[in-house]
Design a protein. Structure first.
Length: 125
């Protein structure tokens, strides 16, 4: 991994998806939250993953829990893979095309999230 926050994001993603991160005799140790920067999208994903994993410790409304779940599902199924593969310049065009295709397919899970993401991505075309 180029940086520790990339590794943390992928480990939390695995936890969200229900996959083991450590071997059977070890338990995962959550890192203490670091500085939150508005310009860092990955920081938002990390914080939301942790909030979802510890949602029983917060007093969240049903709507907040639902929105947090929607964000975590989108991030874990689509965003993390794209983010991790984006540093390879020769794959950029294909990654963009696959991302758009995945966003369209995500409409079967959440049309609202898919439409909002497509609209945002189309602004960059």
């Amino acid at each position: 991994m180029p940086r520790e926050d990339y590794k943390e994001m992928m480990e939390l993603c695995l936890l969200i998806l229900g996959e083991p991160v450590c071997s059977n005799d070890e338990s995962y140790h959550f890192r203490i939250p670091e500085a939150y920067h508005l310009a860092r999208w990955m920081g938002k994903v990390i914080y939301c993953f942790k909030m979802y994993l510890f949602r029983h410790k917060f007093k969240l409304t049903p709507a907040e829990t639902r929105h947090l779940l929607e964000f975590c599902l989108f991030s874990s199924h689509i965003y993390v893979r794209v983010w991790i593969s984006c540093p390879v310049p020769c794959d950029a065009s294909m990654n963009d095309l696959l991302l758009f295709h995945q966003i369209v397919q995500y409409g079967t899970v959440s049309k609202q999230v898919s439409d909002a993401t497509k609209k945002k991505l189309e602004l960059h075309l």
